[in-house]
Design a protein around this ligand. Structure first.
Ligand SMILES: Cc1ncc(COP(=O)(O)O)c(C=O)c1O
Length: 480
């Protein structure tokens, strides 16, 4: 067999692609693999064929090239059919039981929480699942966090320390209570709130910590509980991205003074929209229940509002759907964990991405799967290359909340800048890039993708195959 490099160079092409690898003629850095040798042999037996030329179609050479050329470069994708989609029946376990439950509610004519029994039943089942004394069902995850913040009853200008890596629902309740979100930096590996950063941002105005469980994995709840206790402030767990997450043997949602969940259409427990607040404090539960129901003490004959509340009531239809989902939640989360494990085990040893290190004692419920990309690779290109293979990874997740116009432009109440500037504070609170440098830095290497309970193991295999294909291609390019 001739020396493969010489052979290719003799072919007279200046640029060619072999097994997905790009070559320049006479490039001394070319390393030939066994697979390449096989192609060379085939080409040798079929002289006159020029690799990469159109008349090559159907030859052994073209087949190998086509198999490994990245889809982003015109090759065939690993996956031609779309992955199961979060908001479609391809991915979400629901059907006849939900339809029967909805029919029952509609036939009863009792669609509101105070007439029917489904919301109350859901509250009981949710509280029991998490070992909480009370659950208050509300209309969304945002409403749940707002209810929790309002339950703490801050003064205007008081502060809540939270994460920059979340949905706006984590902070909108703080702003509606005319309080100030203060952003602490994150553990660069897990993206959970860093307790040391939280503690460094405590001031005499701090009224609480809101700890998100990013992508389904609890942050260090022992340490955050410790910070809250040392400073005599409540810990609010924002479990909107989580169900049955665990921290050191405790269910996430059972460690904070209050815990909030989202039942929106993308979440583990899908009621279309909905939320839940958990607490084991009778006092907090009473205030949360009132806040979400116009602060209306319903036991009184005469109607009045005790304080400024909201109507965040969940309706019976959402509760009926959620109750069915709750009966399957353990199975649902276990399946997501198995799928995530198959992917994370499958990509061990790749150089383009790696699995995040999960702290001992933390168990994610995998709302989203996140991976860390090799910092040397352009994250937009990488997400595009993997997505072109049919696996919809997105780059970066959200930009830090404090860089959003609502904060940078103080787009709150008219042109007032309230509550950032007000008679309730001496300073004028400003937001902008640089507040949480660790998160800003690491998100440049973050890839995220939703997971759902109806993914098959074959879907996980496709994810692994796509990542391996891109990995092989990049490794080869870096050799050539
Ligand atoms: C961490 C977090 N908090 C709050 C919310 C708000 O939940 P909802 O969309 O149900 O209002 C979300 C929604 O994605 C979230 O991810």
């Amino acid at each position: 067999m001739p020396d493969p490099v010489e052979w290719w160079n003799e072919c007279g092409t200046t640029n060619l692609s072999l097994s997905g690898r790009r070559y320049e003629a006479n490039n001394p850095m070319i390393r030939i693999t066994e697979q390449d040798r096989a192609v060379c042999v085939d080409a040798e037996q079929n002289p006159g064929r020029r690799p990469g030329s159109s008349e090559e179609k159907g030859s052994g050479i073209t087949m190998v090239v086509a198999e490994e050329t990245l889809a982003i470069d015109g090759g065939s994708p690993v996956r031609a059919t779309p992955m199961p989609g979060t908001t479609s029946m391809s991915s979400r376990a629901m059907g006849d039981e939900e339809i029967a439950a909805l029919t029952e509610v509609i036939r009863s004519g009792k669609l509101g929480r105070h007439e029917g029994s489904k919301v109350k039943e859901l509250e009981r089942a949710f509280a029991e699942l998490y070992g909480a004394k009370h659950a208050v069902a509300v209309s969304s995850g945002s409403a749940a966090v707002h209810t929790a913040v309002a339950t703490v009853n801050p003064e205007p200008g008081d502060e809540f320390i939270t994460t920059p890596c979340s949905d706006f629902g984590t902070v909108l309740g703080v702003l509606w209570q005319n309080a100030i979100p203060v952003f602490a930096d994150l553990d660069p590996e897990t993206l959970g709130l860093d307790p040391a950063s939280v503690e460094s941002r405590i001031t005499p105005r701090t009224r609480g910590i809101i700890a998100v469980h990013p992508f389904g994995a609890p942050p260090d709840l022992d340490a955050l509980r410790g910070v809250a206790d040392r400073h005599g402030i409540p810990l609010i767990e924002d479990c909107a991205q989580s169900q049955l997450g665990e921290w050191n043997g405790h269910l996430a949602g059972s460690i904070g003074d209050l815990a909030c969940f989202s039942l929106n259409s993308t979440k583990h427990l899908n009621a279309g929209e909905g939320g839940m607040v958990l607490t084991s404090s009778d006092e907090l539960a009473e205030r949360a229940r009132l806040f979400a129901d116009k602060a209306w003490p319903r036991q009184e004959v005469q109607r009045y509002s005790l304080f400024l509340g909201q109507n965040y009531r969940m309706n019976e239809l959402s509760a009926a759907v959620a109750l069915v989902g709750l009966s399957r939640i353990a199975e649902n989360v276990a399946h997501r964990r198995a799928v995530a494990k198959a992917i994370l085990d499958g990509i061990a040893g790749l150089s383009i991405v790696r699995a995040p290190r999960i702290p001992a004692g933390s168990q994610s419920s995998y709302w989203i799967l996140h991976l860390w990309a090799d910092p040397a690779i352009d994250i937009d290109w990488l997400a595009d290359a993997i997505s072109a293979e049919g696996i919809p990874f997105r780059p970066r997740y959200v930009s830090p909340l404090y860089t959003w116009p609502v904060f940078t432009d103080a787009a709150t109440y008219g042109a007032s800048r309230f509550p950032f500037r007000s008679e309730f504070r001496e300073d004028d609170v400003r937001y902008g890039p640089g507040l949480c440098p660790r998160y800003e830095g690491v998100r440049e290497h973050l890839l995220v993708m939703s997971l759902d309970e109806l993914w098959e193991m074959s879907d996980a295999e496709d994810v692994v195959r796509a990542l391996k294909k891109v990995d092989v291609s990049i490794r080869r390019q870096s050799l050539s």
